[in-house]
Design a binder for this molecule. Structure first.
Ligand code: UD1
Length: 438
């Protein structure tokens, strides 16, 4: 395939940031019965975004494969392109990023306001240039999304952090190793500390870190570039700073949240779906609950099959950092609970305000009561309704509910969903969903 330069395409189509996506005004979902079939899972959004930021730390090109074709990846490539990174598309899921002529932004790119992962530019720019600036950090609205633990790590490594003209600025003449114990387990702070420490002088020990598969993937990419990171996937990460990193070829891990969403859609419609190209160990917190609910779940080396021939039984979930139940699957799981038998309970410990989908599910007839940090759900039959998508995973929840409901549903502002699900319509239709975009 002939490579093309992302920068050129981006420059020519100033009004459209999307390479492959398109802006949908609404989705119309009609009852479809059981979803059945196989679905290929794309690369992990939550691994791809830190790795794309990490390319800034390397000399020479990196070839990053299995990048999901989603809005957040397009945004990340556009932001890096604006910082002088030569971004070349090799094939649909593979990009070469050459950061040799990258420069730190004098002003924060307004695009950084569109996604949470922009925060990773702080750690990456600090490690590469000794200075980084990011505007108001965007992303889904779950109430406050603090970054005090990111700042704690930057300061411990020798940086100063300030707010200038509504931008967060980090600066360091010299980064040095440090022992940092996080007060809370944070994926974002773990990523940023790793990015800032990997080229710092001396050894950094990070304690109480996130253990998510995407943290392990970031460490694997950086190690392949020449970093010395040990312990990723455990609660303590040790990093010996190196002077230089060289770009490499790397393939991003599969997206466990995308895979989990299709399994939940299959369960809610009493269907039979196999998700292909996944790592079942990443999804055991979900598959354990689905089995308890009565689904037949079969895990092989790179695939998971779910069969549900009747309504599943209700259950209880409590979200927690990996290997706990992932907060990103809490809204889709609540959609399944809404059509399951009996009472279910959801306790959300990561984002206490992550219940903006509840009002929408209630429009469909769902019996959900919010109680403290959780929700109590009495399962029943849902009916179609006019719905508004409040954020990415809430959108996934509403789609699942709409597929399982009686009657037609209309989902307004569904573009949030494009932030995290590649080829969503194609994949759902291939499984038998009756869904069209306007
Ligand atoms: C979190 C999730 C991640 C999910 C993402 C988007 C965890 C551990 N992280 O990642 O799986 O994909 O949301 O839904 O499940 N916190 C602080 N101070 C900080 C940083 C975080 O108090 O400096 C708190 C947050 O308020 C939150 C918790 O720590 O309660 C986890 O936040 P963090 O992991 O940093 O958020 P994300 O990286 O966005």
């Amino acid at each position: 395939m002939r490579p093309f330069c992302y920068k050129t395409v981006y420059a020519k189509k100033k009004t459209r940031l999307c390479r492959v996506g398109f802006y949908m005004e609404k989705l119309i979902v009609r009852p479809c019965g059981a979803l059945r079939g196989r679905v290929g899972i794309g690369g992990s959004k939550n691994a791809a975004l830190p790795i794309l930021a990490a390319t800034l730390l390397c000399e020479g090109p990196s070839l990053i494969g299995n990048l999901p074709a989603i809005r957040d990846v397009e945004l990340a490539l556009a932001i890096l392109s604006g910082m002088g990174v030569a971004v070349t598309r090799v094939d649909r899921a593979t990009y070469e990023l050459n950061t040799n002529h990258a420069f730190p932004p004098a002003q924060p790119d307004p695009l950084t306001g569109r996604m949470r992962a922009s925060a990773y530019l702080l750690g990456a720019c600090l490690g590469r240039f000794g200075v980084g600036r990011v505007g108001c950090i965007g992303g889904c609205d779950f109430g406050g999304r603090p970054i005090d633990q990111h700042i704690k790590a930057f300061v411990a490594l020798g940086a100063t952090v300030s707010v200038e003209d509504e931008a967060i600025c980090v600066r360091a003449d010299h980064l040095h190793g440090a022992a940092i114990t996080f007060d809370t387990v944070s994926v974002g702070a773990t990523v940023n500390a790793m990015l800032a420490a990997v080229r710092a002088e001396g050894e950094t020990v990070l304690r109480n870190v996130a253990r998510e598969p995407h943290i392990v993937d970031l460490a694997a990419y950086l190690n392949r570039c020449g970093a010395d990171i040990r312990g990723a996937g455990t609660a303590t990460i040790r990093i010996r700073g190196v002077k230089t990193l060289r770009g490499c070829s790397y393939s991003v891990i599969p997206d466990m949240i995308e895979a989990g969403t299709y399994l939940l859609a299959a369960a809610a419609t009493q269907g039979a779906v196999t998700v292909m190209g996944v790592d079942p160990t990443h999804l055991s917190p979900l598959t354990d609950v689905l089995r308890k609910m009565g689904a037949d779940v079969d895990c092989e080396e790179r695939r998971i099959s779910l069969f549900a021939t009747a309504r599943l039984r209700g259950s209880t979930i409590t979200t927690a950092p990996f290997p706990g139940f992932p907060t990103d699957l809490q809204p889709p799981m609540a959609a399944l609970f809404s059509v399951s038998l009996g009472e279910s309970r959801v306790c959300e410990t990561i984002w206490r305000h992550r219940f903006r989908y509840v009002e929408e599910l209630q429009k469909m007839g769902a019996d959900i009561r919010l109680q403290g940090d959780g929700a109590c759900i009495q399962g029943g039959q849902l009916h179609g309704a006019e719905l508004c998508v409040p954020d990415l995973r809430a959108g996934a929840a509403l789609l699942i509910a709409a597929c399982a409901a009686e009657g037609e549903s209309v989902l307004h502002s569904p573009s949030y969903i494009e932030r995290g699900y590649e080829d969503l319509l194609l994949k759902l239709r291939a499984l038998g969903a009756d869904i069209s975009a306007v």
